[in-house]
Design a binder for this molecule. Structure first.
Ligand code: KG4
Ligand code: ZN
Length: 344
């Protein structure tokens, strides 16, 4: 079963064709980083407009790379999956209206996918034999969630961020240090050359809950940088590397400790990670090392599947469709003249 996935929740316009929820036939991601980098964050209005400009070309390229001509879509694609939310409202609407239009044009079933569920399924694409139950840590620019995946489609959310998401903290700290956007990859690279014990930033463990909070850590970095500017002047390159390494160590310690504790508490042997921050070298290394020591296994998607992409949406859509073909996919097709109340 071939699914065409469409993802437009934030600042990546993406389309992919995935077979049977496991084989990526094609995956195209058009990034808007150049548009947003001077603002050190995503500007929603600009993001929506950029999606409108890119979406047709991105879908056409994904189909072309999959060897599917436009007139073959009805026969070679079995369903369309798109990101319904959460995300930026205007950006999401571009993906949704495009998916609805393709559904109308090609008379295909349409599956709406939760973006976080997409991040959960990136690991399933990487490890097709991975089966629930497992613990999942979704860490991205908008989310930091610990979720028990009881079965495909059956989730128990243990906790989430109370303020800044982990990726958001990376992006804000990068801005404080006059680095570039997105902050995660650049801080990750600088951290590998710095001293993680140089600055004793706080670890926001919040042991009484499975929730996370990273805004205090971000403020601690801001205070350190301001005090340094007052007392010692501009930061040297080596000091910036040390701050990056110390900040990253605080984030990684917090994420790893809570994730391992949750896996042990709920007797889950498998840990899945997903979302842009799951691409972080420090997190991947430390989590894998801690897990091995406790007889747990970590399933980390390859880096391109951690950040936003449409292959993960197609994969999540496949499992949702398989579980509830009629309810989830709206197998009923749309015909001209159909009454609005009959629509799914
Ligand atoms: O999943 P994603 O592409 O979009 C959202 O759903 O938010 O995640 C983007 C976030 C950004 O905040 C970015 O700074 C962060 O993921 N990120 C990283 C790394 N690569 C991307 N954070 C830490 N280390 C990385 N290597
Ligand atoms: Zn995401």
């Amino acid at each position: 079963m071939n699914i065409l996935g469409i993802e437009t929740s934030c600042d990546e316009t993406a389309a992919a064709v995935v077979a049977d929820g496991k084989k990526i036939i094609s995956s195209v991601v058009s990034s808007q980083i150049d548009i947003h980098k001077s603002f050190f964050g995503v500007v929603p209005e600009l993001a929506s407009r950029a999606h409108v400009r890119a979406i047709n070309a991105v879908i056409a390229e994904a189909l072309h790379k999959a060897g599917i001509a436009l007139e073959e879509v009805s026969s070679k694609i079995d369903a369309i999956a798109y990101t319904r939310g959460p995300g930026l409202a205007g950006s999401l609407l571009v993906g949704q209206i495009t998916a609805e239009t393709l559904r109308f044009l090609y008379q295909l079933p349409l599956v709406d996918v939760n973006h976080l569920e997409g991040h959960l399924y990136a690991a399933v694409l990487e490890y097709p034999r991975l089966k629930p139950p497992y613990l999942a840590l979704v860490v991205s620019g908008g989310h930091t969630e610990l979720i028990i995946v009881k079965d495909f489609g059956k989730y128990q959310v243990l906790g989430g961020t109370r303020d800044d998401a982990a990726g958001e903290a990376y992006d804000k700290v990068a801005k404080l240090l006059n680095l570039s956007y997105p902050g995660g990859p650049v801080i990750d690279a600088l951290a590998s050359k710095g001293n993680p014990s140089a600055v004793a930033f706080p670890r926001p463990y919040m042991r009484e809950t499975w929730d996370f909070s990273f805004s205090g850590l971000k403020t601690a970095v801001a205070n350190f940088v301001a005090r340094h500017a007052r007392e010692k002047g501009a930061l040297s390159r080596a000091e910036v590397r040390d701050i990056c390494a110390s900040f990253q160590q605080a984030v990684v310690d917090t994420l790893v400790e809570k994730t391992i504790a949750a896996a042990q508490k709920f007797s889950l042997k498998k840990i899945v990670i997903g979302g842009g921050v799951a691409a972080n070298a420090g997190l991947r290394k430390q989590l894998a090392a801690q897990a091995v020591r406790r007889g747990l296994r970590v399933y980390a998607p390859s880096l391109s599947l951690c950040t936003d992409n449409a292959a993960m949406i197609a994969c999540a859509g496949y499992y949702k469709w398989r579980a509830h073909p009629v309810a989830a996919a709206g197998l009923q097709t749309i015909e001209p003249g159909m009454k609005l109340k009959n629509w799914k």
